[in-house]
Structures are given as C-alpha cells and as structure tokens.
Design a binder for this molecule. Sequence first.
Ligand SMILES: C[S@@+](CC[C@H](N)C(=O)[O-])C[C@H]1O[C@@H](n2cnc3c(N)ncnc32)[C@H](O)[C@@H]1O
Length: 228
Amino acid sequence: MPIDYYYTKYSTLLNERSQRILTNIVEQERYAERPIGELSLRTFLSSDVLVTSQGVKDCMTWKGKPLYKSVYDFSLFPIMIWDIRPKTIIEIGSGEGNSAIWMDDLCKMYEINCHIHSMDLRKAKVRKRKTLTFLEGNSNNIEKTFSDLSLYPHPWMVIEDAHVNVTNVVNWFSAGTLIGDYLIIEDVRGSKMDELNKWKSQRTMMIDRHYMDYFGPNATSCLILTKR
Ligand SMILES: C[S@@+](CC[C@H](N)C(=O)[O-])C[C@H]1O[C@@H](n2cnc3c(N)ncnc32)[C@H](O)[C@@H]1O
C-alpha cells in the first residue's frame, strides 16, 4: 500500500491549507539538515490534544504499569524499533522502568537482538531481565556512566528523557554515532529547544521528518535525529 494511501483517500475532507501541508509531508525530503533554532514545532494538535494525549485520569500504561508516552509516541516507537532494528537502546531517565520494559518486550516480539541500558538517579526496581540493564547514574556526569561508547553495538537508539544537562548528553552520544543511529529527545516543546539550540555540533545529525511528521506535522513529543 503506498504511504499516502490513507491521506489521498480522505484529503478532500480537509481545508486547503491542511491539504497543502499534508501534501508537502508526502513529498518532502525525508532527512532535513536544519539548525534546531530554525525548526518549527507547529502541529495540527491543539494544546488540549497534546496535553491529554498522555492520559487524563491516569497516564498511559504498559501491562498495567505507568508509561510516560503520548498516544502518538506509543504508536511511533514500535514502528521505529522495527525499522531501525537497534542492537543497543540507551534510555536516559528510566522513570519506573516501564518504558524500558515496553521496548524490551517489543524487541522480543520482533525477534530483534538488542540490549537496553536505562539510566536514572536510582535504579528502577523491576525484575531482572537478560536483555535489560538498569543503571544508576546522573545526566550531569553522563560520561561517567557511559564512559566507553565502543562497548555498545550499533545501530543505536538513544532516548533522552531525563531533561537534565540535555545539550551535553546529546553531544556526548552524538559523538559516538554511526550512520543509521538515532537520537530521540523527548518533550522538546518549551525551554528544552532553547537549550538544544546551544548544542554546537547539532549539524552532525539530521532531522528525520518521516517519523516526526508521521501523524501530521510534528505530531510527536520528540525531536528525532539520525546520522546519515
Ligand atoms: C519523564 S521521567 C522518565 C519516564 C520514562 N522514560 C517513561 O517513558 O516512562 C524522567 C526521569 O528522569 C530522571 N532524572 C531526573 N534528573 C536526572 C538526572 N540528573 N540524571 C538521571 N536521571 C534523572 C527522573 O528520576 C525521572 O525518573
């Protein structure tokens, strides 16, 4: 089925401006090299939808446990993991550990041989798994916990979800990336973008518009970068 099948079938329901924006998404270059400061995070999602997309009374759950993802990212991550087939996932900010468990379950379902390393100030208290390591560490000393990046087989998916020392964290990991690796920076709306704009070597990574615009322009909480 062509990628624009659903859109072309229903596009006449949309006003002209929306049709133009979505046509542009279908036709645009996938990888965009653009300074983060020039990146617009304009979206079709109203702030009501953005705020409620992680749940209202309760947050999203995986196997009954809290998972801090929007419904959009809950759909996007499985697609990305399938496509990227990471050998290493590094998550900065484990929370209660359930996002790492969710990704580990996805890798198992997909039969992808991947090891997940998830770091937080305190190790998440969940049952041990062979393919999942919870680490105690601090984003302010990221180079201490992940001192030797050559230990982690590629492709990588590195997910920044602690929102601390973000520029140095992405800088540290981006220096070790190879072609096909991904850096996913969560919850970028607001001050995090200003901080990222100070990241000097941001041009070493490209924005993957395919994922960022998957459900319409910027319908994700994440900035999704890849090395090409
Ligand atoms: C948004 S939560 C992570 C949610 C989780 N990844 C998920 O999707 O369910 C952010 C986490 O970052 C952790 N955190 C805050 N400051 C940190 C730091 N300096 N270093 C490492 N982790 C930190 C917090 O303890 C918290 O668990």
